[in-house]
Design a binder for this molecule. Structure first.
Ligand SMILES: *Cc1c(COP(=O)(O)O)cnc(C)c1O
Length: 425
């Protein structure tokens, strides 16, 4: 698009020819520069190149440190379009929430600045609603409120604890169902569940049932737990009062977006503590129009997929990588699907290091430093797997779900080069 047509678009129909002349005059006089002159500016300059930031092939998965997912083309286009027009933020938040709630079969929805932000906003909402407290109470006045304890299974304590603790509430740990039943008291404000936890004796159903007997809201953190697509409504329909999903993982929305789904009063309280309101704990967790639209467009995209279609595509990618590795002696491949989080096929590769004399960690380093730069799954060559993946020192883990078209063959070729180069003569 040329610069002049951009200016004409901006004028809309009302401005007409005289308006265009006036704007051209203004531009000549050094007035407003809309940044649309020249095709590089309109199409977008490559700032990774300009800043000398290395692009990577993501054969790892949806890791925030690797900028996680990329948005599908339809989502990128919706975001670019949204960026062109100001709107009333509350109007957009409200309409987006209503649309998402209807699509995801829940009472209410809010686009947040990620799942971690949703944990904070949702906890603040429970504190506000359960104590009938003003939003300004969170976090500094919460220790003085009657209800400020969050029940959690000991095995569900995790690295996102602080997202809830940001609200000034404190955790009370339980282990058995009996512990849990006895733990409810006048101080209980919420019961928190980590959906992908690998330990814990108490089921989701029991967690919800008993909390509701005590009139306490339940939150489920399912941030990384799609596919299956139906998980987007399974947990709210199971009775969880609040559920969060990360926007920038399997749903492939903006990296700084997420979903808070659930009860109308709680989602409304969460919204009141978020931007644009200045006095809530969520004011710094700003969600701009681009993220809101991007999140809604990503949900539309995700709902247009099928679990079977995605799984088959990921298996084809794994097959294409394996096809490159046929000649590597002793190499064995296996598909592994983590149980809850990142529930998609991952490719595991093992070989006898007596014959192929290179350790998986060394392979990962080679691929990272090579051209193009490739990131394998961080469980590669490690005993403690990441995010539901089980691994060991002798396994290469390839996350195929975030690869762009054609990248599977490149990953296969680079693995072949590095492994073949280490085959003992
Ligand atoms: C990724 C993740 C989060 C955080 O999600 P963001 O959208 O990056 O904020 C929270 N909880 C769990 C279990 C996660 O896996």
């Amino acid at each position: 698009m040329s610069g002049s047509s951009t200016r004409r678009d901006l004028l809309g129909c009302a401005g007409g020819f005289l308006g265009a002349m006036a704007l051209a005059d203004e531009a000549r006089a050094g007035g407003v520069d809309q940044g649309g002159k020249g095709s590089a500016k309109v199409e977008g300059e490559d700032y990774y190149d300009k800043l000398d930031v290395r692009k990577i092939i993501n054969a790892a998965g949806t890791y925030t440190i690797l900028t996680a997912s990329t948005m599908p083309v339809s989502v990128q286009a919706a975001v670019a379009k949204a960026a062109k027009h100001p709107v009333r933020l509350l109007d957009l938040q409200k309409k987006a929430g209503e649309y998402l709630a209807q699509k995801l079969h829940c009472e209410a929805a809010l686009v947040t600045a990620g799942a971690s932000s949703a944990l904070t906003l949702g906890t603040a909402a429970c504190v506000d609603v359960m104590n009938n407290a003003p939003i300004q109470a969170v976090p500094s006045k919460v220790s003085g409120l009657g209800k400020n304890e969050i029940l959690i299974q000991k095995a569900h304590r995790y690295s996102y604890d602080h997202a809830l603790e940001n609200c000034g509430a404190k955790f009370v740990e339980v282990e058995s169902l009996d512990d849990y039943q006895k733990a409810f008291g006048d101080e209980t404000v919420m019961a928190h569940f980590f959906n992908a936890a690998e330990g814990g004796q108490i089921s989701r159903e029991d967690w919800v049932r008993i909390a509701h007997q005590h009139g306490v809201p339940c939150f489920n953190d399912a941030a990384a737990d799609v596919p299956p697509i139906s998980n987007l409504w399974n947990y709210t329909q199971m009775g969880f009062d609040l559920v969060t999903f990360s926007g920038g993982k399997g749903i492939r929305g903006p990296q700084n977006a997420g979903l808070l789904l659930g009860r109308k009063d709680l989602v409304a309280a969460a919204m009141a503590t978020n931007n644009p309101f200045d006095e809530g704990v969520g004011r710094g967790m700003k969600v701009a129009k681009e993220q809101i639209v991007g999140m809604v467009a990503a949900v539309d995209w995700f709902l247009s997929q099928t679990d079977e279609g995605m799984e088959a595509e990921f298996r084809r990618r794994a097959d294409r990588i394996c096809a490159e590795l046929k000649a590597i002696p002793t190499l064995e491949s296996k598909i592994f699907v983590p149980a809850v989080a990142n529930h998609v096929p991952h490719l595991l590769l093992r070989y006898d290091q007596q014959h192929v004399k290179i350790a998986p960690l060394e392979v990962a380093r080679n691929l990272r430093e090579g051209t193009p730069s490739i990131e394998l799954n961080p469980s590669t060559g490690r005993r403690e797997g990441s995010a539901g993946l089980h691994s060991d020192e002798n396994t290469i883990v390839v996350g195929v779900w975030m690869l762009e078209p054609g990248e599977d063959a490149i990953v296969g070729r680079r693995l072949r080069e590095v492994l073949a180069g280490a085959v003992k003569a």
